[in-house]
Design a protein. Structure first.
Length: 368
């Protein structure tokens, strides 16, 4: 009996030791939860974390909960003067939007003439999974009701095709300000200059034409067992260990900017903007999920490489007479930074993330 008792004590102390070690790694590094490795999807997190994230997105969810689908469609069509609607899935609220003459999202014809602010970027600017007016462009239009704002956001695009699209669409448009979004997660991969023959001159989009089966509120849900809840716990509890195991990784193939080509892209943009007499040119730097998932001021090699990328983008931006705005400044205001994403999953921002981005832009433009 004594042997069994001592063995039991040894096991208990060993488990406590392992628990403390894993907690230390979480405190020291944090990092990406290993949801993908354990087969966890957004729908699983939604089931177990709905109450928590309903509070995070209270403003967004309460706005749309006031309407049934038919009411909202009627209001949307009347306000935007169109019956040609498109839809795409959302985590809690399904997307509804219209496309303009260039397949860009929710611009009115007047926005194409003597524009005050042109927005250029990828799917973060386009506003995946977020309805108007809670996307970046929608919020800015509310913040600046007297200004014409043109959204040229295109999912899946990068700096090379974005500058081509800007020149094509705004050739006959005089505009005052350009805000060009650089997404840390993949835009560094899309700066290699090619012949551009594959580049579409207009915007692209996600989704399809709306049909009679469309529902505004996404009420679809399944019940999941305790086993799924346990896997979520493991995915989050082992995130620090996962980061520690990568402490010697060099990240040579990640977050490496093609400096020469990016400089040429911004140089080309500068010449065009000078010709158009554009007042302000801003590179707005959007941080990645990987950055947000680590502890603030982390010395992990992945974070060091990310910071090196950001500094290089800033250096080249300033060299080409662009202002540089670091999106981390406002996003770092919240303690639990994964609250910026849908149920903490590595996706695009939720309404809170987009709100903070728009607020930071507003603060930089309101007195100028």
């Amino acid at each position: 009996m004594k042997t069994i008792f001592y063995n039991f004590l040894v096991l208990v102390f060993f488990l406590i030791f392992i628990f403390l070690i894993l907690n230390f790694f979480n405190y020291k590094y944090s990092g990406n939860p290993i949801y993908h490795r354990l087969g966890i999807e957004t729908k699983h997190l939604k089931y177990f974390k709905k109450k928590e994230y309903n509070e995070v997105e209270k403003e967004y969810l309460s706005y749309f909960s006031r309407y049934n689908t038919e009411e909202y469609l009627t209001i949307y069509k009347k306000k935007n003067k169109t019956n040609n609607l498109y839809s795409s899935g959302g985590e809690d609220v399904n997307m509804i939007y219209f496309l303009d003459m260039n397949n860009c999202r929710e611009n009115q014809p007047k926005d194409y003439f003597n524009t005050d602010i042109v927005l250029l970027g990828d799917s973060y600017l386009w506003g995946v999974s977020i309805n108007k007016p809670f996307d970046i462009a929608g919020r800015l239009r509310n913040y600046f009701p007297k200004k014409k704002i043109l959204n040229l956001g295109t999912p899946g695009s990068g700096p090379v095709d974005q500058i081509k699209r800007l020149k094509n669409i705004t050739d006959n448009n005089n505009f005052k300000n350009l805000i060009w979004f650089f997404y840390e997660g993949n835009d560094y991969q899309e700066t290699k200059i090619s012949d551009g023959s594959h580049i579409k001159k207009n915007c692209g989009f996600i989704g399809r034409k709306i049909n009679q089966n469309f529902n505004l509120i996404n009420n679809f849900s399944e019940e999941y067992s305790f086993f799924i809840r346990f896997k979520i716990f493991l995915a989050e509890f082992l995130r620090g260990l996962n980061s520690f195991l990568k402490i010697s990784k060099t990240y040579n193939k990640h977050y490496t900017l093609n400096e020469n080509d990016y400089n040429l892209i911004l140089s080309e943009a500068t010449k065009y903007l000078n010709k158009k007499n554009v007042d302000r040119r801003i590179i707005f730097y959007i941080p990645s999920y990987s950055y947000q998932s680590h502890k603030k001021n982390s010395n992990h090699p992945q974070i060091k490489k990310i910071i090196k990328l950001k500094n290089k983008v800033k250096e080249i931006s300033l060299k080409n007479n662009f202002e540089f705005i670091d999106g981390n400044i406002f996003l770092d205001k919240i303690d639990h930074r994964l609250h910026l994403y849908h149920y903490g999953y590595p996706t695009h921002f939720n309404s809170l993330g987009y709100k903070l981005i728009a607020e930071q832009i507003f603060e930089n433009l309101k007195n100028k």
